[in-house]
Ligand binder design. Structure first.
Ligand SMILES: Cc1cc2nc3c(=O)[nH]c(=O)nc-3n(C[C@H](O)[C@H](O)[C@H](O)COP(=O)(O)OP(=O)(O)OC[C@H]3O[C@@H](n4cnc5c(N)ncnc54)[C@H](O)[C@@H]3O)c2cc1C
Length: 417
């Protein structure tokens, strides 16, 4: 039984394709999502269908696998069954790979004003907010209300915050620049607030400094050592400064899904579950945890980063452990993450790559970033479509997915009226 068809769950399922096992994959959504490009859906560069694939379609040739669209609500480790509300389904081996959600550090009420980016729905909601802000500013006549509508605050200077800030700046300064008559989209204020001392803190300092300069060139105001202390429909308070902003986006923190609670085991501060070297749950050798929701340390004792390659490798590893047990073979050696490098993009011809043995920034890094992301997309169709869209955007500065969908009233905050 595999719960979650993200990177860890899907890679586990596929690695068990030829094993003599019956697999049930359960996910609460019917698609596998390529989260690294979610920010491009949120900023109208790509459409949702370009970065998501039906789980059922991906596993259709795998005869030993069935797919269930359902939300798991708990695990009964005594009876070895997962609960789907009223229903429960038994398992012999269980892989929990349910990922993380954004975390508001105890201020859950901020979510309504500052949506985070994790699901496709989050991305289309953010896209709606960004595009509606420009539309409402065009309709308005009060300069201070227009100023507020054209102020965008991104909270958190990690890769997602940096990518969002850069992409919104490019949208405002390039793609939308000539499309309005009453407002100048280029005048939009884009503010990136980071509580720490630098953006991209997981990267070496030289690359962080480069990212800060590249953001400044795009016209993004980067505020360092600036924790957000309050947030509401009016905007944010950064330190002691109140910033009136119609669009606030949250890219500051994540917390694991409630796997630890399901198993009755204590999790770390971020809700991740400590696991044994073979990624099983201590005391429950038939239950494995893989991906972002697992707390796994590297050789130096540092927790592994919550990134796609770590999740894929963990999923494939757990599959090997289970296949070995089923076949009565010795267990593979303990899980070791192979880190192939860290990538982040800031905007057109500006990215950073840390391969540990080589650090690259600027245009070359940006091309490598693009090629790597095309390569990791699933299916030739999506690779072709995304390549063409990017080529077109590169040549014309246009963004093809500028659609305001969903209900407008969902995004009308009290401060708009
Ligand atoms: C905006 C964003 C940008 C990112 N950019 C990068 C990047 O550039 N490079 C990189 O390497 N990593 C990036 N990451 C991180 C990377 O996407 C994650 O590390 C990876 O997705 C983790 O894989 P996972 O399988 O653990 O979880 P996920 O991929 O999140 O999958 C979890 C799955 O579990 C399902 N699920 C959850 N709860 C339940 C439940 N109760 N019942 C049934 N199903 C459930 C979900 O629907 C989902 O399909 C990014 C993440 C985000 C959010």
């Amino acid at each position: 039984m595999i719960v979650g068809a993200g990177f860890a769950g899907m890679w586990a399922a596929q690695a068990l394709a030829r094993a003599p096992v019956e697999i049930t994959v359960i996910d609460r959504r019917n698609y596998h999502l390529f989260q690294p490009l979610l920010y491009q859906v949120a900023t109208a560069a790509l459409s949702p269908g370009d970065i998501a694939w039906p789980i059922r379609r991906m596993l259709r040739r795998q005869r030993n696998t069935r797919v269930l669209l359902a939300e798991v609500t708990g695990v009964d480790v005594e009876r070895r069954a997962v609960s789907l509300g009223e229903q429960s389904i038994p398992y012999d081996y269980l892989i929990l790979a349910t990922g993380v959600r954004h975390d508001y550090f105890g201020h859950d009420d901020w979510e309504a004003s500052a949506p985070g980016l994790k699901e496709l729905d989050d991305a289309t909601r953010i896209r709606r907010r960004i595009l509606l802000a420009f539309e409402r500013a065009e309709c308005g006549s009060d300069p201070s209300a227009q100023r507020r509508l054209l102020t965008f605050v991104i909270v958190g200077g990690g890769p997602t915050g940096v990518e969002l800030a850069g992409a919104i700046a490019e949208l405002a300064r390039r793609a939308l620049a000539a499309d309005f008559r009453h407002i100048d989209p280029k005048s939009a204020r884009i503010l990136l607030c980071e509580a720490g001392e630098r953006v991209l803190p997981a990267f070496p300092e030289t690359l962080s400094r480069y990212a800060g300069r590249a953001l400044a060139r795009l016209g993004v105001e980067v505020k360092l050592k600036s924790p957000v202390t309050d947030c509401g429909p009016w905007g944010v308070t950064v330190g002691t400064e109140r910033v009136e902003a119609a669009t606030v986006l949250w890219a500051a923190g994540v917390a694991a899904s409630p796997v630890a609670r399901w198993l009755g085991i204590e999790a770390d501060r971020l809700g991740r579950l400590p696991v044994a070297p073979d990624l099983s749950v201590p005391g429950l050798p038939e239950v494995f945890v893989a991906g972002d929701v697992a707390l796994v340390s590297d050789a130096t004792g540092r927790p592994l980063p919550g990134v796609a390659p770590a999740a894929k490798q963990a999923g494939a590893y757990v599959a090997r452990v289970i296949a070995a047990r089923v076949a009565g073979r010795p267990a593979p050696p303990p899980f070791r993450y192979r880190d192939f490098g860290n990538l982040a993009t800031i905007g057109r011809r500006a990215a950073v790559i840390d391969f540990a043995w080589l650090r690259i920034k600027g245009g070359i890094a940006w091309w490598i970033w693009g090629i790597a992301h095309i390569y990791f997309l699933i299916g030739m169709r999506n690779r072709l479509i995304v390549s063409l869209q990017w080529l077109w955007a590169y040549l014309t500065f246009d963004r093809g997915a500028r659609l305001i969908t969903g209900r407008e009233c969902e995004d009308r905050s009290p401060a708009d009226s």
